[in-house]
Design a binder for this molecule. Structure first.
Ligand code: SAH
Length: 345
């Protein structure tokens, strides 16, 4: 077991059978976590980077079977922020110390390219010292290029699952693994810092799918990797599928840290939702980013990707002091800069 962890650290790779062994429940996790933590400290020290998450719209034209804001969920109460509201969020965030703003949303046609570019340019102009991250789903390469030219630096687009057949079980026919992959490579080609990732324990997922996810990430070499447990939402076709496992998520965070020492890996809201200490445990397993919610207070409850999604306490950007304490208690330090990727770390 120890030799497997040593091999993973050394070669940043394992055979499929070895990955499978490491992901199994009986594989001792404490050594895995401590080696991952040591590697993270080698590259990033004890820094935990913060990103202000602005959920710009919960309208979505897509119908992903797992997601609470899917088009088909007529029980979802919909909202979208105005340009002014988004800029206000950035203003608030900047004053708190945030230097990265993440604009995430459903695929809302109201946010067309012209509007997205207008919002991005306005943020770029007002906050030249800050990174702008977009997470607005699948677009054409031309659109991605226009956002980049308007001033966006980073793009988060989880690949969700790197197995075409599994992708088809999670999404309707108009959404394909081929197009998801195309988007990620287009983003990279344009020059974005790119984030990919997947849900752990999504319906029908097997360990083979997880290994395919790791292999895909080796091919993409993303700057950021976001993973979190799949969490049930009652108004989706997957209402009867159980939540994913926190333990497997933590194990995968550690494995990802060892495979991609340079990566920015968030300890996600989903992890903080499934367990009260989930976010701290994520940091201790190798994660080095947290993304508190910077959306206007009155819409936070509406961006319901899954049930019980946390948005108060230290998940709330305005509670940064509380977050700093929690991060310090876990043995790390919140850092208020752009926190760009350290490829040569
Ligand atoms: N529309 C954007 C943003 C999606 S929301 C896009 O397509 O990229 C961000 C992420 O939340 C998704 O990529 C997905 O991995 C995750 N998510 C959605 N529903 C979820 C659920 N029920 N449980 C856990 N994570 C979920």
């Amino acid at each position: 077991m120890e030799s497997l962890i040593a091999k993973l650290k050394q070669e940043k790779n394992l055979t499929d059978a070895e990955f499978k062994a490491i992901l199994q429940q009986d594989f001792p996790e404490s050594l895995l976590f401590s080696v991952a933590d040591a590697v993270r400290r080698e590259v990033y020290g004890d820094a935990v980077f913060i990103r202000g998450l602005i959920e710009v719209s919960n309208y979505c034209k897509n119908n992903c079977y797992y997601c609470g804001i899917r088009a088909g969920n007529c029980k979802a109460e919909r909202y979208r922020l105005t340009e002014e509201q988004i800029l206000d969020c950035c203003e608030t965030g900047h004053a708190l110390g945030f230097r990265t703003f993440v604009l995430q949303g459903g695929e809302d046609p109201y946010f067309d390219d012209a509007l997205i570019c207008k919002v991005v340019s306005a943020i770029r102009e007002k906050f030249p010292d800050s990174a702008i991250t977009l997470s607005l789903g699948e677009k054409s390469k031309d659109s991605y290029r226009r956002y980049f030219e308007a001033g966006a630096n980073r793009y988060l687009l989880r690949h969700e699952t790197a197995t075409a057949e599994h992708y088809r079980l999670l999404h309707p026919d108009d959404l394909t693994w081929e197009n998801r992959k195309r988007c990620l490579f287009d983003l990279k080609d344009i020059g974005y810092q790119v984030g990919a990732g997947f849900m752990v324990g999504s319906p029908y997922q097997t360990v083979h799918h997880l290994i395919a996810d790791l292999r895909f990430l080796q091919e993409l070499m993303p700057d950021m990797i976001g993973i979190g447990p799949y969490l049930t939402h009652k108004d989706t076709p997957f209402a009867n599928h159980p939540n994913g496992s926190m333990e497997t998520t933590l194990r995968l965070i550690a494995v990802l840290r060892l495979m991609f020492p340079y990566a920015l890996i968030p300890s996600t809201t989903a992890l903080g939702t499934i367990h009260p200490q989930g976010r701290e445990l994520g940091l201790k397993a190798g994660a080095n980013v947290v993304m508190p919610n910077l959306s206007p207070g009155d819409v936070r409850a509406l961006y319901t990707l899954y049930e019980n999604k946390r948005y108060s306490g230290s998940e709330a950007a305005e509670s940064l002091e509380l977050l700093k304490k929690q991060v310090a208690n876990a043995g790390y330090q919140v850092v208020c800069d752009r926190g760009d990727v350290r490829r040569d770390g």
